[in-house]
Design a protein around this ligand. Structure first.
Ligand SMILES: [Zn+2]
Length: 1012
């Protein structure tokens, strides 16, 4: 059997099989060529041509002249007589012997004066059996005549050979829309794979494949449709969250009735949050759902808290979707989900397969890629391979819907559109009113029941996800594999729409990260500290809720956006309170000079300029160094260090109004309107801005989609590009230099919208920051900022969850240009060998790189379904980092983390500690310690979970060092279940870990009992 499934190409597969049995092509290695064992040329071949149709006796008297195999004869309607002298080798005794004769004319073989066989190539008669079995005494030499009518040009025979069984040619005449024809073709293709013409012992394997195919009786290969009752309820969209609670109740009460009346009816239900709402608002209904879950009629699927967006949430947030979801399903329904369920989400991160698998899920269902505007996705059932190589089985219901109604038309469409005919013979059919709820009806159930076994239609079963996926897994040997992200070629505006929601999401992901880390450290260091587990669960669930696929995407109504804004505000304020409490506990009892603690929540040492609060609300800048995941005392005003050996920042304004900022690492030059005319890496003198171009160029596009206003930005918006030009003389020096230098300017974007920006360069910092404030009052406009780089590369790199991936910078194929607007997390990079330019951001997600131009998407102005979206004031920061070498070696990843996780200056209740302290460090820059939290399984206990990932795309060994009192360390999965392999060796507070590219690993650390 072939090791890997074949490519999915009808024509090449068909022609491959044809060539394998071709008498014309590749006969040196194909089956036809080896059908005949030994061969030898005819002893002598001669011919004569005549326009007459002579009798045999007359013809054989004529003057025959020598002829060669391959000669041509004619003209048309003449006759060519051949005399064929044969000498059969001695060795062929006991074998079947043929004369093989291939000519374009119609031939007749004469033997001993009698016609014995017709020979026509078109009629596939190219062989005359001289004897079934050559006897010892049979004559070895004989003379035959072949009379050939020249109905065209002639070839000539190739000698006589020994025959083997003929291969089946079963694929001809079958169409491409037929399940059976694909099965036939793939069977034939497999036969070619297993059949070695030189090794007859392989033939029975091929014959067995053919027998299996022919052995299927009428109807056995009939497609099976697994009809699953479903009700897609958007957790908030054109209605607020509160209304969804009632939608769930209305829909599921109906479903309960249907389940009662139809014991064979199965309903699949996703989104733990909706079930949690029903549990608290309608406990009776929840109890009924639990009953039907026991009977197997109510099947929870998905495993996540909500059906989240598949692009924007961070890697850790995606993990939490499963962690919160699966634990809820386990607690309420006795088991976890085995299918990831995201039918309506706008694209799927390449890290999802790894996250799914580590959360106990190997199956995935969606249908959204059928919405692709440009390219039709090539599979409905396939293996999806993620960034790290993890594979899951993915299924897209071929009917391209999650809200079918059970019509015959939909059933037929499901079969006809299946792009994996001949590879799988099962597909899902999701029926029930969706989006706003409603769900299946008795009419739909009745319709589908009638189709269980109807002539001319596929078999329809009321089925379960388990039965569907088991059937798919049972015949997965021929499935193809898709590697990398599942990019939706539509809804690309959702990376940008509703900037405040995006900002809230990014900030709250940061706050929860910091709260968990500091609370974990406080737990480890203080016997009195209580880890705020319940509060953190609340806050996480709130954040996860807003990552629903119509909220964080910005495709919701104003009411929902307002609720989301409140949720983020809630997380911010409660999070900050928790942060202060943890910081206070962390340094309690440590004597120090001043009540201020500088905290670094990232796992590496940082030296940065920080604004320290001073009495009276003032601030002063200080250069501070803080170890990884730890703290340092705040420098006192008298102890503010001299900058040496760092070069201070120089700020120079020229007479033409341009400003140069220089910190000895990079030199930034802004023209009098604030655009970037030069960005130089000082050490190498290397210029990062393309020759003759300017960076930090704001551009405005017309942004009128075809239909889905908040969702879609169309390719043609690129044709309306208008640079926003400022006025000379608006650029001014802000901070004078020293610790920090800056310049600022105002820019009128349009009569209604304006922005102001401060361009900031700090001592020792490898990137320049652009603090931006925009007052935005537009309709159907798209604002971006562009940086043409002096870098050439066919690919750019974009950060995604726990890693990064490349996308093309050109529009060669339709798959390339369909990605004219893409998403990224905290950074993107365009690098050639030895040099590159990275663009970092603190709350943006939309991006693109075309040619050498890096572009960050800033604000949109759609008017539906929320006419007020994005109107008003916005504040955000992006940064630019030129670098030598690769972005990995240059430290682009930690720089982007730094921009997103500022050092914290937290008030301590008493004196702050006098010495710096670090909880964790990792020996390899390729490995990021992303998360430190308390283990879910020990809410009162002293167990921590650490999440690390390999961020460079490399195989690497590293050491994790900790100063915490660790008693035991063991690997665990994302659901925090211990690795059965047992504890890891822990020596001198160090653990050795091994990573493959983009691998995510979790560690369970059991801490020693608290000091009393
Ligand atoms: Zn939806």
């Amino acid at each position: 059997m072939a090791a890997a499934p074949a490519l999915k190409h009808w024509r090449t597969t068909l022609e491959r099989v044809e060539k394998f049995v071709s008498p014309l092509y590749f006969t040196d290695c194909n089956l036809r060529g080896r059908l005949f064992g030994d061969s030898c040329p005819v002893a002598e071949l001669s011919s004569f041509l005549t326009p007459e149709r002579l009798a045999y006796q007359e013809a054989v008297q004529q003057d025959f002249r020598p002829a060669q195999v391959g000669d041509s004869f004619g003209p048309t309607w003449w006759t060519c007589w051949f005399r064929v002298e044969l000498t059969i080798p001695e060795a062929w005794v006991g074998q079947e012997v043929h004369l093989r004769w291939e000519s374009d004319g119609e031939g007749l073989v004469w033997r001993d004066g009698e016609p014995v066989q017709g020979l026509t190539k078109e009629g596939e008669k190219t062989s005359y059996v001289l004897t079934d079995k050559l006897g010892e005494e049979d004559p070895r030499s004989l003379t035959l005549y072949v009379e050939v009518a020249c109905n065209g040009l002639l070839g000539a025979g190739k000698g006589h050979m020994i025959a083997a069984p003929d291969p089946e040619k079963m694929f001809q005449g079958l169409g491409e829309d037929n399940q059976r024809s694909y099965q036939a073709l793939y069977t034939a293709n497999q036969m070619v794979n297993v059949c070695d013409p030189a090794q007859p012992e392989t033939f029975p394997v091929a014959q067995a494949l053919a027998s299996k195919f022919f052995g299927q009786r009428g109807g056995e290969s009939q497609h099976t449709i697994h009809a699953l009752g479903h009700c897609h309820i958007d957790t908030a969209w054109l209605w607020p969250f509160k209304e969804t609670v009632r939608k769930c109740a209305r829909s599921w009460v109906t479903v309960v009735q249907l389940m009662e009346r139809n014991p064979e009816f199965i309903f699949v239900c996703s989104q733990a949050q909706q079930l949690a709402w029903v549990k608290s608002h309608y406990p009776g209904l929840h109890a009924r759902l639990q009953e039907f879950a026991c009977r197997g009629q109510f099947v929870p699927v998905g495993g996540t808290w909500v059906e989240m967006d598949g692009n924007l949430p961070s890697g850790e947030a995606m993990v939490r979707q499963f962690l919160q979801g699966q634990s809820f399903f386990l607690q309420e329904f006795g088991k976890m989900c085995s299918e990831f369920w995201l039918p309506d989400t706008f694209g799927y991160s390449a890290q999802l397969p790894q996250i799914m698998r580590s959360c106990g899920i190997r199956r995935f269902l969606t249908q959204k890629l059928s919405w692709n505007l440009v390219n039709s996705f090539p599979h409905h059932t396939f293996f999806w391979e993620g960034l790290d190589g993890s594979r899951v089985l993915a299924h897209f219901p071929p009917g391209d819907s999650y809200g079918m109604q059970g019509s015959v038309e939909e059933v037929l469409k499901t079969v006809a559109k299946n792009r994996d005919k001949g590879r799988t013979n099962h597909s899902a059919f999701l029926f029930g009113f969706g989006d706003g709820g409603g769900g299946p009806t008795q009419t739909m159930v009745d319709r589908l029941k009638r189709l269980c076994n109807t002539d001319g239609l596929p078999r329809v079963q009321l089925s379960s996800p388990e039965r569907l996926f088991s059937a798919l897994e049972g015949h997965s040997g021929q499935l193809c594999t898709w590697v990398g992200e599942l990019f939706l070629e539509l809804h690309n505006g959702t990376y940008t729409t509703h900037a405040q929601i995006k900002k809230g999401n990014r900030e709250c992901e940061r706050i929860l990260h910091d709260v968990e880390l500091l609370s974990s450290l406080a737990l480890a260091r203080s016997a009195q500290f209580l880890y705020p587990a319940a509060q953190l669960q609340d806050l996480w669930r709130l954040l996860l809720l807003n990552q629903f696929h119509d909220v964080v995407t910005g495709s919701c109504i104003q009411l929902v956006a307002e609720e989301a804004t409140c949720h983020y505000e809630d997380i911010r304020s409660r999070g900050n309170t928790l942060l202060s409490a943890a910081a206070a506990a962390l340094c309690a009892g440590e004597p120090g000079p001043e009540g201020l603690l500088i905290v670094n929540t990232l796992p590496w040492k940082r030296t940065e300029v920080l604004a320290l609060p001073r009495p009276g609300g003032a601030h002063c800048l200080a250069l501070v160094t803080v170890p990884g995941m730890g703290y340092a005392p705040a420098p006192t005003p008298t102890s503010l260090q001299p900058l040496l050996p760092q070069q201070p920042v120089f700020v120079v304004q020229e007479t033409d109004g341009s400003v140069t900022l220089d910190n000895g690492i990079i030199r930034v030059r802004l023209d009098p309107t604030g655009r970037l005319t030069s960005l130089v890496l000082v050490a190498s003198g290397r210029e990062a801005i393309a020759e003759g171009a300017v960076g930090n160029q704001f551009v405005l596009f017309d942004d009128v989609p075809l239909y889905w206003d908040a969702w879609d930005v169309m390719d043609y918006h690129l044709e309306t590009r208008k640079p926003v030009l400022g006025q000379a003389g608006t650029l001014a020096v802000g901070t004078e230099g020293g610790m920090r230098g800056s310049a600022w300017f105002l820019l009128q974007i349009s009569p209604n919208s304006r922005l102001s920006q401060e361009v900031v360069l700090d001592v020792g910092c490898p990137y320049v920051r652009f603090h931006t404030e925009v007052h935005w009052h537009e309709a159907h406009k798209f604002l971006k900022v562009e940086f043409p780089a002096r870098v050439r590369s066919p690919q750019a790199t974009f950060e995604v969850q726990f890693g990064h991936l490349q996308r093309p910078t050109h529009y060669n194929t339709s798959w390339d240009w369909a990605r004219f607007e893409v998403w990224a997390h905290r950074w993107m990079d365009l690098s050639e060998h030895g040099f590159g330019l990275a663009l970092l951001n603190d709350c943006k997600y939309g991006a693109s790189v075309r040619g050498s131009v890096l572009s960050l998407s800033i604000l949109r102005a759609p008017k539906s379904p929320d006419s007020t979206v994005d109107m008003g004031r916005h504040e955000f920061t992006y940064a630019l980092m030129p670098h030598e070498g690769s972005f990995q070696d240059a430290g682009v990843i930690p720089a982007a983390y730094s921009l997103n996780f500022p050092l914290l200056a937290l008030p301590a209740p008493g004196p702050a500690p006098a010495a710096a302290w670090s909880a964790f460090s990792v020996s390899s820059p390729a490995v990021v310690l992303e998360t430190v939290k308390q283990a879910e399984t020990s809410l009162q206990g002293r167990k921590l979970v650490l999440r690390l990932y390999e961020a460079h795309g490399s195989h690497v060994d590293c050491w994790l060092h900790t100063s915490l009192p660790v008693q035991e360390a063991v690997l665990c999965d994302l659901l925090e279940r211990r690795d059965p392999a047992g504890p890891l060796p822990l020596r001198d507070s160090r653990l050795k870990l091994t990573f493959s590219p983009f691998q995510v690993q979790s560690l369970l650390l059991v801490l020693q009992p608290a000091p009393s």
